[in-house]
Design a protein around this ligand. Structure first.
Ligand SMILES: *[C@@H]1O[C@H](CO)[C@@H](O)[C@H](O)[C@H]1NC(C)=O
Ligand SMILES: *[C@@H]1O[C@H](CO)[C@@H](O)[C@H](O)[C@H]1NC(C)=O
Ligand SMILES: *[C@@H]1O[C@H](CO)[C@@H](O)[C@H](O)[C@H]1NC(C)=O
Ligand SMILES: *[C@@H]1O[C@H](CO)[C@@H](O)[C@H](O)[C@H]1NC(C)=O
Ligand SMILES: *[C@@H]1O[C@H](CO)[C@@H](O)[C@H](O)[C@H]1NC(C)=O
Ligand SMILES: *[C@@H]1O[C@H](CO)[C@@H](O)[C@H](O)[C@H]1NC(C)=O
Ligand SMILES: [Zn+2]
Length: 514
């Protein structure tokens, strides 16, 4: 399944194993689900029935086609470089940089990069501390505590969970609801949207139990578990020419498709497109790209991801973004829309899709690389050294001790951890001071008002310059409001982003409320 090279590299990174997210067939059926839900009693925003129809009774042409981009496992320079190859140069139809969800596990994570990624507007979610299936409460909650203490992520903003190996149980879901998570995204929708019994439901609450994975997880479905207000965001599989027998879930580019006996990027591109079109042209259930970015790294020593695969994925995204009303989003953005499903014509007023930049030019350690030079602490643990703004722990965090006391070796002054009333980019952990009071906290809104063509927005083609297909979409970003805001040549565009943005990607856009 995985190239030998990757398998060899993985143990050192503590990252995905081959079975981390593979599917071999349907994981549910209508019968097994035994699901019933009364939409007159279960109403948004706090309740939503499992349904293939868009939320809020909207008709599909009024619904954005969301493409959810997620990554799993440790956050390291290599994995962010990898994600940046696909997202750094793209924008959504409102001119905002793309945001994604990173299901983060602790081992091998470089905490300062978690801070940077979050301050840039991305979603940080939980994937356990040491990457275990059917995790204990300590594995799940310890990760929250460590991400809060060492990366300065507000607890309130860690809303989602994905189980390592997608291996969860009824108890996992109960534990998540009890720990105050908003959603789980470990279940699969494993039947094509074109099948009459498809399980490609829009995200739904577990007020009436689960409707996915009923054949795969004991004790699930037939109304269980009932967790009012807790959401499941299914992972939507893709299907090659064999239909339900040719199912692909995570890292579909590592799979062989059709009846081939080797990975074939053309075949992968074909099934990504055909599945996307099946969603887009019918009920517009979200489409997902669920990645383990290390597999596509070009910077991790020893991993040489095929350039052809990287450019195939960019071709796919270019193609998708050239279609109207396609938005690449994080899971929290998707969920915010499902909870409050405004039609595409009103997306200009929709705050969760906007972008804004914290205006911080003081040299404080705040998740903005331009400010924090020389201010990071280096925690030189032998298993996995990392950097942080918030002070090194005296021992490595673990599920039993997720927030060890801070080391003050060599007279190092202890850092102040993020308080609950200050937002990350405005917190100075060295002086223990919030520079964002009601008067001084400044954001700049960078999203663009939606023009008169409101219902028909595209993000424009962007991406790779390496294929004939990409070069057809010569303008890298066509702002929907028709002002030719981008004057850079097509050739300069990728060069700029791959060099500069690979380091600084989106470090300057933040959701105003976070
Ligand atoms: C960890 O982060 C520091 C600071 O950004 C960076 O210099 C270093 O290369 C990173 N290392 C890894 C493996 O991510
Ligand atoms: C994760 O790190 C801890 C602490 O170093 C270690 O005990 C554990 O074996 C690691 N687990 C994996 C899966 O690498
Ligand atoms: C799921 O996790 C449990 C507990 O860690 C383990 O016993 C089981 O083998 C795992 N199953 C799969 C399919 O990974
Ligand atoms: C790769 O897949 C494409 C599309 O299915 C097919 O036309 C081509 O022959 C395949 N290439 C190889 C080497 O199998
Ligand atoms: C935040 O809370 C701390 C401690 O409760 C308090 O001293 C501080 O004034 C508060 N800061 C703001 C900006 O509200
Ligand atoms: C959107 O595009 C469709 C198809 O091109 C067209 O029929 C429709 O009039 C357009 N709507 C708006 C508001 O421009
Ligand atoms: Zn994982």
């Amino acid at each position: 399944m995985l190239p030998r090279l990757l398998l060899a590299a993985l143990p050192f990174l503590g990252l995905a194993l081959a079975q981390d997210g593979s599917l071999s067939g349907p994981t549910t059926s209508a019968d097994a689900a035994g699901y019933s839900c009364d939409p007159s009693k279960c109403k948004l925003p706090s309740c939503n029935c499992a349904s293939t129809d868009p939320p809020g009774g909207l008709s599909p042409e009024d619904v954005p086609q969301f493409l959810v981009f997620t990554a799993d496992d440790a956050i390291q320079s290599y994995t962010l470089d990898s994600v940046n190859q696909f997202l750094a140069h793209r924008k959504n139809p409102n001119g905002c940089p793309i945001k994604m969800t990173y299901y983060t596990s602790l081992n091998f994570t470089n905490y300062t990069l978690v801070t940077d990624w979050y301050v840039a507007g991305n979603e940080i979610a939980d994937h356990t501390m040491t990457h275990v299936g059917t995790p204990s409460a300590d594995e799940v909650n310890g990760n929250l505590i460590a991400l809060n203490a060492l990366a300065g992520i507000p607890l309130a903003d860690i809303k989602g969970f994905r189980a390592p190996f997608l291996n969860y149980s009824v108890d996992t879901l109960k534990l998540l609801a009890k720990s105050g998570f908003t959603y789980d995204s470990s279940a699969s929708a494993s039947l094509p949207v074109t099948d009459s019994g498809t399980d490609a439901y829009w995200p739904y609450t577990l007020d009436n139990g689960m409707a996915n994975d009923c054949l795969a997880v004991p004790g699930l479905c037939k109304g269980e578990p009932k967790l009012p207000g807790f959401w499941e965001v299914p992972m939507y599989a893709t299907f090659d020419t064999r239909g339900v027998a040719g199912v692909h879930l995570m890292d579909p580019w590592l799979d062989t498709a059709d009846s081939n006996n080797a990975v074939n990027d053309t075949a992968t591109l074909n099934f990504l497109k055909s599945t996307f079109t099946a969603h887009y042209s019918a009920k517009r259930q979200p489409f997902g790209l669920y990645t383990h970015p290390i597999h596509l790294s070009t910077t991790y020593p020893g991993v040489n991801a095929p350039k052809s695969t990287i450019s195939m994925i960019n071709n796919f995204l270019d193609w998708a973004q050239n279609q109207q009303n396609v938005w690449i989003v994080s899971t929290e953005q998707l969920l915010a829309w499902v909870q409050n499903p405004v039609p595409v014509s009103q997306l200009d007023q929709f705050a969760p899709l906007k972008c804004s930049t914290p205006q911080v030019d003081q040299k404080i350690c705040n998740g903005m690389p331009s400010n924090e030079e020389g201010l990071l602490d280096h925690c030189a643990f032998s298993d996995f050294p990392f950097y942080t703004c918030y002070g090194c722990p005296s021992v490595e965090p673990s599920p039993g001790n997720p927030n060890p006391s801070q080391s003050t070796d060599n007279g190092h002054q202890a850092r102040f951890r993020l308080p609950s009333n200050c937002s990350t980019p405005f917190w100075d952990p060295i002086n223990g001071k919030c520079i964002c009071t009601s008067d001084t906290c400044a954001f700049q809104d960078d999203s663009r008002p939606i023009g008169p063509n409101g219902a028909n927005l595209t993000g424009g083609g962007t991406g790779s310059d390496t294929s004939a297909e990409a070069s057809q979409s010569s303008n890298p970003y066509v702002p929907f409001n028709g002002n030719g805001a981008i004057s850079m040549s097509t050739a300069a565009w990728p060069a700029l982003f791959f060099s500069v943005m690979a380091v600084l990607v989106g470090a300057f856009s933040v959701i105003a409320h976070s």
